[in-house]
Design a protein around this ligand. Structure first.
Ligand SMILES: NC(=O)c1ccc[n+]([C@@H]2O[C@H](COP(=O)([O-])OP(=O)(O)OC[C@H]3O[C@@H](n4cnc5c(N)ncnc54)[C@H](OP(=O)(O)O)[C@@H]3O)[C@@H](O)[C@H]2O)c1
Length: 231
């Protein structure tokens, strides 16, 4: 049977590339986006793949839209990829950071991620693959932090790692494996023009990592090249 993959934040960047590659592999993909109708890339994929590709309106900070997922996505979900994320204001020193934008990033990058899992976990547990992924970042690694700064984004991704690690332990009994992914520094709107790799390279690597994810290596923080990143 074809695999079913659900991906959040698919209007552009890594989420859009994930859709492209999983569709090309023959999977049924549910692409979740705040405004699917505004993304040319999504509309082109929809034209090319028809009913193999379902577009689902989803702002991950809206509880009503998250609840809606349960009804829109009927099938068991083999792979849930929590990709949507924001960086927040860049370049702020420790004494310039303010509370409101910080809370907004925590809401999107941490809190909403678990809410999406809560809505879909039963469908993941009912599937063959039973895999949940979170798009983290090396910026959330304490062990890798050589430069300081980036208080908002670093703290959000570090908190997301804590969420993913606990889930890996708590969902093991249901046979669900959980992985935290670092996509590399990628040429997207968020990664900017100086980034080191293309979305194609990043997603090709992450798909291999996802293929290799199992209950044996669940709860780890993987780079797109398969190496394990220190917390
Ligand atoms: N690019 C990198 O170098 C890099 C490195 C490490 C980690 N990451 C992580 O990888 C993930 C994807 O990054 P990217 O580079 O593809 O970023 P991007 O180009 O900025 O795209 C972000 C995506 O997330 C969506 N999104 C943001 N807030 C949302 C919300 N409240 N509800 C639903 N969707 C929302 C955006 O939708 P709209 O179009 O509607 O805004 C967009 O589709 C993020 O979690 C990011 O932190 C990226």
């Amino acid at each position: 049977m074809e695999k079913v993959v659900v991906i959040t934040g698919v209007s552009r960047g890594l989420g859009l590339e994930m859709c492209k590659q999983y569709l090309a592999s023959g999977a049924k993909v549910y692409g979740c986006s705040r405004s699917p109708e505004r993304s040319q890339g999504l509309l082109e994929l929809k034209r090319a793949f028809g009913s193999q590709f379902e577009l689902v309106p989803l702002d991950i900070t809206q509880p009503g839209m998250i609840q809606n997922l349960k009804y829109v996505i009927e099938a068991p979900v083999d792979i849930l990829i929590n990709n949507a994320g924001i960086y927040g204001p860049a370049g702020l020193s420790w004494d310039q950071v303010t509370s409101d934008p910080w809370m907004e990033v925590m809401q999107v990058d941490v809190v909403a991620q678990l809410m999406v899992v809560q809505a879909l976990v039963e469908k993941v547990a009912a599937s063959g693959d039973k895999k949940i992924l979170f798009m983290s970042s090396k910026m959330g690694s304490m062990g890798d932090n050589q430069k300081g700064g980036s208080y908002i984004y670093r703290s959000a991704k570090a908190a997301l790692n804590a969420v993913g690690k606990s889930l890996a332990i708590d969902l093991k009994a249901q046979g669900i494996s959980v992985g935290l992914l670092h996509p590399g520094w990628v040429l997207t709107d968020m990664g900017g023009p100086n980034a080191l790799i293309t979305a194609d390279t990043s997603v090709s690597g992450m798909r291999k990592v996802i293929d290799n994810l199992s209950l044996k290596n669940s709860g780890q923080f993987f780079s797109y090249d398969g190496s394990v990143i220190p917390w």
